[in-house]
Design a binder for this molecule. Structure first.
Ligand code: SF4
Length: 316
């Protein structure tokens, strides 16, 4: 399972949003993951190269950029200069026309305080923090070779919540990793209740040929138990999603319009990565609009174009 594969937004043809890879490969060697073997060690592109590409994209009308990497927070560590993701984002802010900057996928151990400060410094930087935890049990985290403990992860979450109180949080979880006892599972469940993510990508463990966990551990959690754990957490997370979305009811949210749904409605995204559905003309695609939220669910928010979008009248 690759974090990038599981969390990257499905690539869509877009003439306002571009995905730019800034670092290739991964050095982490999580025991269940094949990526470091097939994509090799971390290799960062130079900042000059990336910024030149983004400038060109901005000249061609692109307004949103998503910086991509298997471990995007490692960006620059293999270069000799002082490059970092934080510095790259600050430089990108200087490019006129780029209204939103996103980045994926973060690795908890490498998510720096400097990055938190940078995110807090501008409304143009995504307020959606995706931090894959994978399990709430230290024993399982160790077997996964994730390189952090639950406590260290929760400390990081506290710092983020303190500095970025309005940010949305999301994560990836693997259920049924070899040796996951009822107790380990309950720790994961507890973690979901503690953090209260806005979105969780769940996966059920299955051994991937060529990985350490496939060689070293027996896939010993019966399918029935994996499925039961998954279903229980899906239900729990659904209710948390719903409760968290309630904070948007009656509020105006700034949304960049992404496209048209089959039913003719438009959809877009907020800076906190919430999907918003509303009715409007397709000429609005790529534009920033205010949507007044009327309806919420565990998934997308629904609303109407707000009167705030109306231009002040030029007539006297
Ligand atoms: S951080 Fe771990 S899970 Fe993510 S790509 Fe690297 S080895 Fe795979």
């Amino acid at each position: 399972l690759s974090e990038l594969d599981s969390t990257t937004p499905r690539y869509r043809e877009s003439n306002h949003h571009a995905w730019v890879t800034i670092i290739y490969g991964c050095d982490k060697f999580c025991s269940y993951c094949i990526v470091p073997y097939v994509r090799g060690r971390e290799r960062s592109r130079t900042m000059g190269d990336i910024l030149a590409e983004v400038r060109k994209l901005a000249d061609n009308g692109y307004k949103e950029i998503t910086y991509l990497g298997q471990n995007v927070d490692s960006y620059g560590k293999d270069l000799d200069d002082d490059t970092s993701l934080s510095k790259l984002i600050k430089e990108t802010l200087k490019i006129q026309g780029i209204e939103r900057i996103w980045f994926l996928t973060s690795y908890p151990k490498d998510f720096s305080e400097e990055l938190i400060e940078t995110i807090a410094s501008s409304d143009r930087i995504s307020k959606s923090i995706h931090l894959p935890i994978q399990s709430g049990s230290d024993k399982i985290l160790k077997a996964m070779n994730r390189g952090y403990t639950k406590e260290e992860y929760l400390e990081l979450i506290s710092k983020i919540k303190e500095k970025l109180p309005k940010a949305s949080l999301s994560t990836d979880l693997i259920l049924g990793f070899p040796g996951e006892t009822e107790n380990d599972y309950l720790e994961t469940k507890e973690l979901l209740k503690t953090v209260r993510y806005d979105r969780v990508n769940f996966a059920v463990y299955s051994p991937r040929e060529g990985t350490l966990s496939a060689r070293k551990y027996k896939d010993n959690i019966p399918h029935k138990i994996k499925a039961a754990r998954l279903n229980e957490l899906l239900e729990l997370q659904k209710s948390i999603n719903r409760e968290k979305n309630e904070r948007y009811v009656g509020k105006n949210v700034e949304t960049i319009v992404e496209g048209v749904l089959k039913d003719g409605n438009l959809y877009g995204r907020t800076i906190t990565n919430k999907n918003v559905i509303f009715s409007g003309q397709k000429e609005l695609i790529g534009e920033k609009v205010q949507i007044e939220i009327h309806n919420i669910s565990a998934g997308p928010l629904r609303g109407v174009l707000s009167t705030k979008n109306l231009q002040p009248s030029r007539e006297h």
